[in-house]
Design a protein around this ligand. Sequence first.
Ligand SMILES: *Cc1c(COP(=O)(O)O)cnc(C)c1O
Length: 497
Amino acid sequence: MAVEPLIFELSKPGRRGVRFPDPDVPETPLPAGIARERLDWPEVSEIDVIRHFTRLSQKNHAIDIGMYPLGSCTMKYNPKINETVARLPGFASIHPYQDEGSVPGALRLMWALQEMLAEISGFHQVALQPVAGAQGELTGCLVIRAWHEANGDTGRTKILVPDSAHGTNPATAVMAGFQVVTIPSDARGNCDLEALRAAVGPDTAGLMITNPNTLGFWDEQIEEIIATVHEAGGLVYNDGANFNAILGIARPGDLGFDIMHFNLHKTFSTPHGGGGPGSGPVGVRAGLEQFLPGPRVRRFAEEGEERFELFQPEASIGRVHAFHGNFGMFVRAYTYIRMHGAEGLRQVSEDAVLAANYIRESLRDLYDLPYGDRTCMHETIFSATRQKAQGVRALDVAKRILDFGIHPPTVYFPLVVPEALMIEPTETESKESLDHFIAVMRQIAHEAAETPEVVQEAPHTTEYKRLDEVAANRNLNLRWRPEHAEAQAREAVAAAD
Ligand SMILES: *Cc1c(COP(=O)(O)O)cnc(C)c1O
């Protein structure tokens, strides 16, 4: 009979992690009503608590454990200095209701971050409040609507979205009340310019384009695309989540984009994944800043001294989040930018693009490579069609990668590539780490040809095998119950035997 692991129900009556000294003042009962009779908290020792949380922390993959080439998500390493700075009491302990005059340092940091993001992107003004890329997109769509309304131009009901866009683009356009018109990609993976020309008109509110796009390509006709939409009276929104490819090399504001969101939690290394706080600031060209959400921060001079204050732009679309956005993320992104400097940021993008192309060239003999005559930007997309003919799908390849301590790439996205494997290594992986990943992918391609069951039945080394993903999605249940935990522990033992 299997020995059951000491996993979950560790509580023993009377067991303590900490023993306080006996009180040397008389015990005084709390006023009635503010304390519960008893709390059903586990009674455990310090080592039980430490082992419990350390074990839990290792159940999921993380960038601090291994490579995480999840395409489009830019899972780069988050430098620990960001955390050190974000934990400084002057940042970590302030309250959003505190008087402005008592937090000049925090306001100065927000102002400086607005300025730095504007400088890096070529936009006129930046609002920090949105707390996700998708929320930045929604903000951008609302700014587009506010601008047309301010011009008395009420017939512009449509947003054009190329089919290589991130799924959040059409979703946010619909949430902002627009109809979405999909523009196909051309044979080179660019937005089809002829189709775009045919689609624009007096009902065009704007175009939302992901550039570099989700195929990992810089659109070769981006300037014509922007001009086409502008001539029709629309605005052009750049989904800037892929900004990690072009830092210090190209500025979307200079190219003529009107609006863009940043993903601080991708490009500027604030942690993400697991549903933690994000940050999706929005930059706009001159003439749109009055619509931005607030509060924003501005600088002024008083008695020759530099001062900062919060303000709400005159024609603001309003708040998109409580208070000022996710301030702790501003501190981390600010730290990251200051640690790198202008040259360092350019190096980030050069190395990210080099790493992606290195993988692209090292695997093209074993995996199909759509648009194979192009070089990629920050990510490269393979197609597992050859493996599919051998009975191994992109999903199986992804599961097999787990056996090597690597997070799988994004699969089945972008939709325009069948059996897509979307790989974004980022600049923070070493040459050895990239070579290890390449070796893993080559081995899996050979297994697919020779012993496909090894790939079809993967993962072999993880605690859990394949989950019922549909059930997990439809009946998501995040509540812990002891009876479930014990059943799971028994299953894990049975599986390990
Ligand atoms: C991640 C991503 C988004 C959405 O960002 P969230 O912060 O997850 O809302 C939008 N577009 C692209 C291209 C992305 O990669």
